[in-house]
Design a protein around this ligand. Structure first.
Ligand SMILES: [Zn+2]
Length: 135
């Protein structure tokens, strides 16, 4: 540990707060349009498919596969000691919907490797994380 506090997300943002409310319940949730059911990810206030401003947060199965990744070898902030891996996860339930994640170190990865979300409590803020699942 570096002693540097973790950087935590703003959890009461009007556009993303529902994501963290769901995480606090141990659920991975995405925003969906009430007008046409489109997935609104990255979360946004309105639907680009039908123009509706009405949406909801809906739990999704917290599993996916590694779509891509990049190993960060040089620390850019003391709260993120290098090396670490930035992960792009494609959700099993929603092909084409991808979430960014983090794995410590330089794990051995392959495209398509199964991953599962888990929920880390950092000083009362719950942050979804990913770990490799057994294939
Ligand atoms: Zn819509």
């Amino acid at each position: 540990m570096t002693g540097t506090p973790r950087l935590l997300p703003v959890t009461d943002d009007v556009d993303t707060g529902g994501f963290f409310e769901a995480a606090a319940r141990g659920e991975l949730a995405l925003r969906r349009c009430n007008g046409c059911d489109a997935v609104l990810h990255v979360p946004r206030a309105y639907c680009r498919a039908c123009g509706s401003w009405e949406g909801r947060w809906e739990p999704v199965t917290p599993t996916g596969t590694v779509y891509s990744w990049s190993v960060v070898e040089h620390a850019v902030h003391p709260a993120f000691p290098a090396p670490y891996t930035v992960l792009l996860v494609e959700l099993d339930d929603l092909p084409g919907t991808r979430l960014v994640g983090h794995l410590p170190g330089r794990p051995e990865l392959r495209a398509g490797a199964p991953v599962i979300a888990w929920f880390e409590d950092v000083d009362g803020t719950v942050v979804p994380q990913w770990r490799l699942a057994r294939s």
